[in-house]
Structure formats: C-alpha cells, structure tokens
Write a protein that binds this ligand. Structure first.
Ligand code: BEZ
Length: 211
C-alpha cells in the first residue's frame, strides 16, 4: 500500500552504518528525510549520497535528520562509503540503512516491480516532528535527484505549517508568499502587518512573515 501525504510514517528497526536504529526514536522531535537508492556501487547513487553529505549544514539548519536506505547488506554499505568519500569529496555524515530483507522497502512501497522487481526506486519521504509524511517523491533509477529542491520544499513546509500562507511556483526562502484562503479579507491587516496585495480575490500576497 502506497504511503500518502498525512499518513504516519511507518516505524521500523534496522541495522545502519551508524548502528541499530529504531526509526521513530531516532527521529525524536526532528523533521526527517528517508530516501532510497537502487544499489550501492552505482554511479548516480554515489553522486546522490555524496551530495546529501555535503548538504549537512543545510539540513542541520532546518532541524532535519537524513537517512538513506537500499536493499544492500551492511558490509556493502560500509565498503561503498569509502568510494563516496573519495569520489565526492566528503566524509559521509548520516546513516545508510541495510535492508536486505526489504522490511523498510516494503513498508514504504519503495519497490515498483514494473520498473525493477528487486531494487528500490529513488523515493523520498519528508516526515514532520509528529511523524506525519509531508512529501513523497519518486524518481527513476537513471535520474539523480535535485536535493536543493528537497530543501526548498522543507522551507515551504516549515513556513506553511507555522503561518497561514502557501508558497508559489519556484518560490525560494525570502520571496513573497500567498495568503491562505482561510484568512478573511478583514483579517489581513492584523495577520499580515508587513503588508499585503490583492491581485485577485483568490490571489493575495504578502512578504514572507518570518523574514
Ligand atoms: C546508478 O546509480 O547509476 C544506477 C543505479 C541503478 C540503476 C541505474 C543506475
């Protein structure tokens, strides 16, 4: 069964390159990103895991813990880390789950048999501190993901969870936001003291409330 937005992220226990993890306990009060890759010792995956490692400060600034998973065993992950570090100019700084029995892959529906019946696709799950799934993404094996976009979505999720705004297409942190349609016109001045613009009755914008 596919995981849908708003579902509770399935909990699991797993062996990782940083020891045993009980997923919900490991997340604690943080936001989390669980992402799968098809296989160790493959080129696109090597660049992806290195990229995420190099973005460590960006994830930390947003209070996000990151964890990777594939169906490869722990020995393979541990050997591969040396290659990631060497070729991607990094020191891996987050755990990779070993999931040879597909406990995590099945719980999160990461194997799409019509694409490949043994390997996980490139899934991404963003999970909030209440353990609710807030974003799902699925990329094919031949396409490496844009982790800047995932950071951008985290920025939007954290903002729109706190304020009655939404973010427009290609929004970036600091840009103007869209005022939620749950805000009545006579509440605008009080709720958005930085100002607002009514472009259409359903399209009202405001400077980003927390910047
Ligand atoms: C890769 O990471 O390059 C890759 C992995 C599995 C299938 C295709 C490409």
């Amino acid at each position: 069964m596919a995981i849908r937005l708003g579902d509770t992220a399935p909990d699991f226990r797993a062996e990782t390159t940083e020891g045993q993890v009980s997923f919900h306990d490991w997340l604690g009060e943080s936001w989390g990103i669980l992402f799968s890759h098809p296989a160790d010792f493959t080129p696109v995956c090597t660049t992806e895991l290195g990229t995420v490692s190099k973005l460590r400060d960006e994830f930390a600034a947003r209070g996000v813990k990151v964890i990777a998973v594939s169906v490869d065993p722990i020995g393979s992950h541990n050997e591969w880390i040396a290659d990631i570090n060497e070729t991607q100019n990094t020191e891996m700084n987050y755990p990779i789950i070993a999931d040879p029995d597909r406990i995590v892959a099945d719980a999160y529906d990461m194997i799409h048999p019509n694409a490949d019946d043994t390997l996980t696709v490139r899934s991404v799950f963003v999970i909030d501190p209440a353990k609710k799934v807030r974003l799902t993404l699925t990329y094919p094996a031949a396409t490496g993901r844009n982790f800047d976009e995932i950071l951008r979505v985290v920025d939007s999720l954290q903002l729109t969870t706190k304020f009655q705004v939404a973010t427009p297409a290609i929004w970036r942190d600091g840009d103007d936001c869209i005022i939620s349609n749950t805000v009545a016109d006579d509440e605008l001045a009080a709720k958005f003291p930085k100002g607002y613009e009514t472009i259409k009755p359903y399209l009202r914008t405001t400077p980003q409330p927390n910047r």
